[in-house]
Design a protein. Sequence first.
Length: 562
Amino acid sequence: MYATFYHYLGQTQRIIKSLWFYFADVSVESLASDAKVRQVGLIYSVYRFVISTFLMLTSYAVIKTKIVASAPSLVESMLVSSYLVLSLFLLVLFYIVPTFARRQLLLGFFADIILLTAYSIHGNISDLQIILLYMIVVSASFMVLPLSQAGILITFSVIAILYQHIFQSFSSRDFGLTLSESLLLSICMVAVGFLSWSVSQRLTNAEKSIAKQAQEVEKLNIINHIVVKNMVNGVLVINENRDIVMVNETARRLLRLPHADLDIYSSPKKMVDLARLIVELHPALIRWYRTINPNLTVSWVYELPPHRNNTSDKLRLNNRPLSTYGQLIIIEDIGREQSHAQKLKLESLGQLSASIAHEIRNPLGAISQASQLLMENAKDGDDTELYQMIFQQTRRVNDIIQDVLSLSRQEIPEQEAINLHRWINDFVAQHYYDKNILIYTPQHQNIIIYFDPNHLEQIMINLVNNALRHTIPTIGRADVEIHIHAYSNEQALIDVIDNGDGVPDNEISQLFHPFFTTSKKGTGLGLYLSQSFSEANNAKIRYLKDTRSCFRVIASTQRRTG
């Protein structure tokens, strides 16, 4: 018996050595990912340990007689003990050594076939059970090994079955299966192996396809978030429970919410905090979207509540149903729309006016020069007054032409960082040193805005001249006051205040329309030009009327990026 056992071990050792040296240097292209191989390999290693433990227990639990249980033979004890120790070793090795996973599994599969074959010869187990265990080994090998290696392993398994049949044909022990049954089971084992390979390959391809689709979905998700974040219009996404789950940057700015870094990775807590602020600051908006039918497309003009004496801007809210996922509310700045429409409407008019203005300047210059010559040569006082009137009107027409030309050649602003405290003081000292103008600036605070200096100068000249023209001198009070203060981390305010009666309520809506003026000496283009320059620099102009008349410039403290 011992000679037979050592002969068998010698043969299997030579087979394993030749196979190992053959496969050791083979470059394997995996059918499955390394993570999948590790997962299946770990499960199989645990299964091997369970089977070896079960074989160990059953070897000592087989009762060969009704009364006395005989102990297993020495060879059987050595086989089951070796298999148990080897299975435990391979399990620990596979768990702690992540490299060479397929080589470890290949070695373990061959060890399974060899030890199970030996146990079928010298142990107390039916041959059919051993062949079923072979099928598990073959099935696992086709899942984690390349087809060439798994094919050699299944060939080795078929040889092992035939070896058992031939070996036991010359021994006193009956194999239990006929040759035709052994061949049939071998064919079944080959079929199981290739079916396992086919299923494994399909699952692997499906996983790759799903992973690729997941990557594409993630890319689209990132692109969608970036697009939504940079939209000109504000976006609010509300889920089916009527809770706000998404707020883009434009919506935050239009709703006057505090600054927050909103991006695709914004935490749920940050969105919850912003949603809570919207509920607190805009209860009318919350009431509106909670009362509308979520399945209908609805529009509503929402007037923002006044804040820090600022005018209440108007927003257009458009509700769009998102099927069963909630609602999409698009927020549009009506003031921006009106300004854009006005700009488009007057663009062609400006070009036409510019061409006409160039043609008018030549005869106008001749009229002005002739009126000056007539005033010099006139002897009659009444005639002098008439000539003076002609000269003044030609100057007024020339001012209108200058404004029209400025309107037609607006250029892209060249923004610079401007220290408001220093710039305002220099501006007043340069242009209005002889006027009663008082400047209020915050102490120990440098407010920096980004603006084109030429545009800001033109805006301030128009606003200060307008204030000086309409102010009413008051004892103990400056004719014009300029207040500077920070509005938020993103904006600064420049207020030009006068002591005049202000603009009538019915004319406030026309203030920034071209050629509208309440002064006989005005051209009606100063405020329109100021508003155009402001919008070009990402700023706004608003008219406020409380106890006194005030024009407010809302400038940005951040450089314009587009």
